[in-house]
Design a protein around this ligand. Structure first.
Ligand SMILES: [Zn+2]
Length: 177
């Protein structure tokens, strides 16, 4: 016997990032997360898959404000002949255009791969509230230099769906070889 409780509720320290729907199966409460980090990382993965289909390095990003995606982009360095056309940079631009503001303190950027130093710089300038990345990039990732490349107010999380995120990269470069 399944009964749904259609009242979304928000609680706890993750109130800003998690909204759950509760439902009951055989009198046991289950919680289904609707706007979780996983959910938005899946959207970033969808962007990365678009890049893959266009023979671009498969990196995707979304910018989220109030649980709404206000910017989404994938790597387009080949299409645009522009080495700066990384997913993060274009997602930031889309979000700032949407908000008509150059700063993003109340936004979260979800990106499938650890940002490079250039993108960490762009994220610094945007003063973004939070950055969440999936797979680590040991060669080009900004974390070789540390979190201090980001704005001091930026919260950082990583490892969200990292297996799916790194599988994309691995299959792309496997095909290239
Ligand atoms: Zn980058």
């Amino acid at each position: 016997m399944i009964s749904f409780i259609f009242q979304p509720f928000v609680s706890g320290p993750f109130a800003a990032n998690f909204i759950y729907f509760a439902f009951r199966i055989n009198n046991t409460m289950h919680m289904l997360s609707i706007f979780s980090d996983d959910h938005f990382m899946r959207q970033a993965i969808k962007e990365a898959q678009k890049a893959m289909e266009q023979d671009e390095v498969p990196v995707g990003a979304v910018v989220v404000a109030n649980n709404q995606i206000i910017g989404r982009a994938h790597n387009q360095t080949e299409l645009l002949h522009d080495v700066t056309a990384h997913a993060e940079i274009m997602a930031i631009t889309a979000a700032t255009n949407y908000l008509n503001s150059k700063y993003l303190p109340d936004c979260t950027l979800f990106v499938t791969l650890e940002p490079c130093v250039m993108c960490a710089g762009a994220l610094f300038w945007s003063q973004i509230g939070r950055v969440v990345y999936g797979a680590a990039d040991e060669k080009r990732g900004f974390m070789r230099f540390g979190k201090s490349l980001l704005h001091p107010k930026t919260k950082l999380e990583y490892g969200v769906l990292h297996e799916e995120c790194s599988a994309l990269m691995k299959s792309f470069f496997k095909e290239k070889r």
